[in-house]
Ligand binder design. Structure first.
Ligand SMILES: [Zn+2]
Length: 66
């Protein structure tokens, strides 16, 4: 598996799975609701400096918050 961030082909680690639904909201452990990310992109998805959206193919697109 490789990182699902747009334009990134680093190996993704299962240890770095990002859950798109918070558990507190009843998020399921469903691959459609998770993103496999490399370590730098996982840090980025939690960064206040970036917004992210999920494209129809499951890719995560980052954009810098302005
Ligand atoms: Zn990545």
């Amino acid at each position: 598996m490789v990182c699902q961030a747009e334009g990134c082909d680093k190996p993704a680690s299962w240890a770095e799975v990002h859950h798109l639904d918070p558990w507190s909201k009843g998020g399921k452990t469903d691959l459609n609701r998770m993103a496999l990310l490399c370590r730098p992109d996982h840090r980025r998805i939690h960064s206040a400096d970036y917004l992210h959206e999920r494209l129809p193919d499951g890719t995560i697109r980052f954009s810098r918050r302005t």
